[in-house]
Design a protein around this ligand. Structure first.
Ligand code: ADP
Length: 170
């Protein structure tokens, strides 16, 4: 059976936690679609194009033992619609803690009600990255601190650059 999964998120920016979910998903699925959800009314740090480039750069180096294809897309609206539009019957989400669990359970139940043919699969965060969150990384980087333990090296450089430029702009 050919398994296509959609991994939705904001990825602003992609972290070692997201990479951990991707590295494990390639063992489980034949095709993985990393899907950047556009958030209405929210101010993002990186543009969608920047995030797509960053994710593509990182997935280039991912070893795919079973030949899993990985695509990067952006979408507006519901994850279940994005899943259907891209032929995915599975939505992958990561679980870090009880806060994620409560939110993700609610979301998965609502998604199942809206789209019975799309199933959510949860992957528990690996212990080494279970604390990593994009929002915290943005905060740390905005203070000029080192985020290299939490994100891929290229992303750490882009974060430093982004905040250096925004401090010049001010
Ligand atoms: P964040 O919550 O860091 O802003 P996203 O909204 O992009 O990240 O999250 C997309 C998905 O990735 C969610 O299912 C989230 O729980 C999962 N995720 C994010 N960080 C991690 C992590 N460190 N370990 C496991 N899953 C994670």
């Amino acid at each position: 059976m050919h398994r296509t999964a959609l991994y939705p998120g904001s990825f602003d920016p992609i972290t070692n936690g997201h990479m951990d979910i991707i590295l494990r998903s390639v063992h489980l699925f034949d095709r993985l679609i990393v899907a950047i959800g556009l958030r209405q009314g929210k101010t993002d740090l990186f543009t969608v194009e920047e995030r797509i480039d960053m994710i593509r750069d990182e997935i280039d180096g991912v070893v795919r033992p079973n030949g899993c294809e990985i695509e990067v897309i952006s979408f507006d609206g519901l994850s279940v619609d994005a899943a259907r539009n891209h032929g995915a019957k599975i939505i992958v989400r990561g679980l870090r803690d009880a806060t994620d669990f409560d939110y993700e359970m609610r979301m998965a139940s609502m998604n199942t009600t809206m789209a019975r043919d799309v199933r959510t699969v949860f992957l528990p965060a690996s212990p080494e990255v279970g604390h990593v969150a994009s929002s915290l990384i943005r905060q740390i980087a905005s203070m000029g601190e080192d985020v290299s333990p939490f994100v891929p090296p290229k992303v750490a450089r882009l974060l430093a650059l982004k905040y250096a430029v925004s401090s010049i702009d001010r």
